[in-house]
Write a protein that binds this ligand. Structure first.
Ligand code: ACM
Ligand code: ZN
Length: 715
């Protein structure tokens, strides 16, 4: 009976491996890893053996065919490079890999067959592993994730922790977005100001604080020593780091640190109150290519990847249009369109990279002309069509359209995140299928893999309140990315039980605070019931309190709108759920006026409808205000007044306060702005008007975004 039970458990564990192996054969019995068991390895696999010993603290020795009963790591060159065969019998464990990469993948699968605690502390022996034979290899050689450490800085240790967790999901590329408008993170010794000044914002830094926090200096950068250590840490986990310097657009920080890289014309900075907001390098300046040569020479020495990513997305060509030098270059080259200048720029950078033995990687926009070399790697982010176009031109293409793979997108409408690409959860990411999306067989041949991203503008504003936001946004969506890139994807019906029944516990042991599905809440015959598909514990809070108590049985109530539920499993949690009325908020009719004229293109009347954009015609100065006068006095329990974009505190009043008026004449100050927004809680009377007042000059932009107040009515 006991052995039967063991066998059942063993079968399940093998079935729970994620991403799905090509072939997994379950066998009866188990191998006991004892304190005396050794990790023995072919000589070139010492690093792999040491990696395994971090989890299984066993003696590591060179392979000896005569000694049995051990864990054996070997290379079998007949296997695919990243392929492996994991064979577990009562006599021992063998991992044969096509290379060290294949052995690494086999080790990650072995870890998944061990108790989840293996991820949190070195595993105590003896421990049993189910007998099985797994023959596996990935469909795609590029299984990547892009981490935007430019918008929000993550320390070297945080990046390493993130990498360690990616490795457990058989991800093998980390695309590091090292520069953007908001910061420059990689120390360049020949141009030390780049990171040492450009790594910081706020508190008098050269780069204005775009997302608030203007009074304090914040940010950071990686020294070359730190980055070499990160690269080695990743390499030990079969992860190659591809560095990105985003050029020639998205270069506002570079332009603030070295204004000489900009085009030669006097910009009109009246709207930005004297701040030069330009962000594109001049294409015609030879000195710029010398600077970039220095930068890429240093990067090429730090990063062993054959590729360096040079960006190429979202270039604002109007800057080149106004530049006499760029225009002269266009004439000299016989070009009629500024986009062709980008082609020229990409060509120049490609030859610089070639000098240092590197190939070019670009966002899809930079593959538009006909001059990008065919050995370039193209990252298709804009759309499925953009990926197909790049692949059809013969480029090695990374598929990553935002609608499936941008993990900075919200997962349901009320959660934090962007929504410009889509609102989606893990289920949608898993559903991505090249054939269903209309890729031809020829295009599919050029798809080398998939990548997910986390652009981190919103992370910055979430960080202080919720450090684990990045994990909430990326997991479990990352598990689906891993499945799509490793096995080609699969059906939700078979993926989800493995995710929930096996992988949730593993992620928890890895320390990942992943997102759970919101509980399903129903109200029927005076009773509120809640259930969690994830099998998680459910908690609820009643209006007026943020204290959540455990839900154990239906709640009898005549006011279901006052209850908010959430699911929790260890430190993982779900978004809040409830009956629709629990989250009801309104936008009462309001007239908006300001000390600043409205943008002609985006007038204040646009703010009244939540979906539209409304802007001032310039940044705000000290004393500027926006006044909201309601058509009818508004009775409410809460009112939120925000400057800036809807999903992130950008284009805000960097500092300021909110005043309310109950009679439309007298105003009283109620709160300061945080990240450009403030909340009026429990106003004592109906509100007739509310005013937001700016106390700081400028915001690093040419305007302020104006939003209509959001009102939560009285119960
Ligand atoms: C991008 O999202 N601009 C690559
Ligand atoms: Zn120029």
């Amino acid at each position: 009976m006991l052995s039967l039970l063991l066998c059942d458990v063993a079968m399940s564990q093998v079935e729970g491996v994620l991403p799905t192996p090509r072939k997994a054969e379950k066998r009866s019995g188990a191998f006991s890893i004892l304190t005396t068991t050794q990790i023995t390895h072919y000589s070139q696999l010492r690093s792999s053996a040491l990696y395994l010993s971090e989890y299984l603290p066993l003696l590591v020795c060179n392979y000896n065919a005569d000694v049995k009963g051990n864990i054996v790591l070997r290379v079998d060159e007949k296997l695919a490079d990243e392929g492996y065969i994991l064979d577990i019998s009562a006599d021992g464990i063998t991992i044969d890999g096509g290379s060290a990469a294949g052995v690494h993948n086999g080790i990650e699968t072995l870890l998944q067959l061990l108790p989840p605690q293996v991820y949190s502390s070195p595993l105590a022996t003896p421990v049993e592993v189910p007998c099985c034979r797994i023959e596996d290899s990935p469909r795609y050689g590029y299984r990547g994730f892009m981490l935007d450490v430019a918008r929000t800085f993550m320390s070297a240790d945080e990046v390493k922790r993130f990498i360690a967790r990616l490795a457990h999901h058989k991800i093998n590329r980390l695309h590091l977005h090292l520069s953007d408008d908001e910061a420059w993170r990689m120390d360049i010794i020949s141009h030390p100001d780049l990171a040492r000044k450009g790594g910081y914002r706020g508190g008098g830094s050269v780069v204005a604080a775009r997302y608030g926090h203007s009074d304090q200096r914040y940010g950071g950068y990686y020294t070359q020593e730190e980055m070499r250590d990160i690269v080695a840490f990743a390499a030990r986990r079969n992860i190659e780091i591809i560095p990105e310097i985003d050029l020639p657009g998205h270069s506002h920080t570079l332009s603030r640190v070295m204004p000489e890289v900009l085009c030669r014309y006097e910009p009109d900075t009246r709207a930005s109150l004297g701040y030069d907001t330009r962000d594109a390098l001049c294409v015609a300046k030879e000195e710029n290519y010398r600077l970039l040569d220095d930068i890429f020479r240093e990067l090429a020495d730090i990063f062993p990847s054959p590729y360096i990513h040079i960006g190429g997305d979202e270039v604002i060509a109007s800057q080149w249009r106004r530049c006499p030098d760029c225009q002269a270059l266009m004439r000299q080259l016989g070009k009629s369109d500024e986009s062709e200048l980008q082609e020229y720029f990409t060509q120049r950078l490609t030859s610089i990279l070639a000098r240092y033995g590197k190939r070019t990687a670009v966002w899809n926009e930079a593959s538009k002309g006909g001059t990008l070399p065919k050995d370039a790697l193209v990252y298709g982010w804009e759309s499925v069509k953009a990926c197909q176009t790049a692949a059809a031109k013969g480029f090695q293409t990374i598929v990553m359209p935002g609608q499936w793979f941008y993990f900075d997108m919200k997962q349901t409408p009320r959660e934090a995140g962007h929504d410009w690409a889509a609102i989606f959860d893990v289920r949608k990411t898993l559903s991505f299928n090249l054939a269903e999306q209309g890729f031809t067989a020829e295009q599919m041949q050029n798809v080398v893999g998939f990548e997910a991203t986390f652009f981190s503008e919103i992370y910055l504003s979430q960080r202080e309140k919720d450090f684990d936001y990045i994990y909430y946004m990326t997991y479990p969506r990352m598990c689906a990315l891993s499945e799509v890139a490793w096995s080609g994807g699969g059906r939700w019906e078979s993926f989800y039980p493995r995710l929930r029944d096996y992988h949730y516990n593993r992620m928890a042991a890895m320390g990942i605070n992943f997102r759970l599905f919101p509980p399903e809440v129903k109200y029927d015959e005076g009773q509120l019931t809640a259930s969690s598909a994830d099998g998680a514990d459910i908690y609820y809070a009643v209006a007026g309190s943020d204290e959540f108590v455990r839900y154990t049985s239906p709640v009898a109530t005549s006011t279901p709108e006052r209850y908010r539920f959430k699911a929790c499993r260890g430190t993982a949690f779900s978004p809040e759920a409830g009956v629709e009325a629990a989250f009801k908020h309104i936008f009462p009719k309001v007239a908006i006026t300001s000390s600043i004229a409205e943008s002609e293109r985006y007038p204040y009347s646009g703010a009244e409808s939540y979906g539209r954009i409304s802007r001032t015609s310039r940044a705000a100065d000290v004393g500027d205000w926006v006044l909201y006068t309601f058509a009818e006095p508004v009775e409410c329990r809460r009112m939120e007044v925000a400057t800036g974009n809807k999903q992130l505190p950008r284009y805000i009043f960097n500092e300021g306060y909110i005043e309310v008026s109950y009679d439309g004449v007298q105003f009283e100050r109620v709160c300061n702005l945080t990240d450009g927004r403030g909340v009026v809680e429990s106003p004592r009377e109906a509100i007739r008007a509310v005013r937001v007042v700016c106390t700081e000059k400028g915001n690093g932009a040419r305007f302020v975004t104006v939003q209509a107040p959001i009102v939560w009515p009285e119960w």
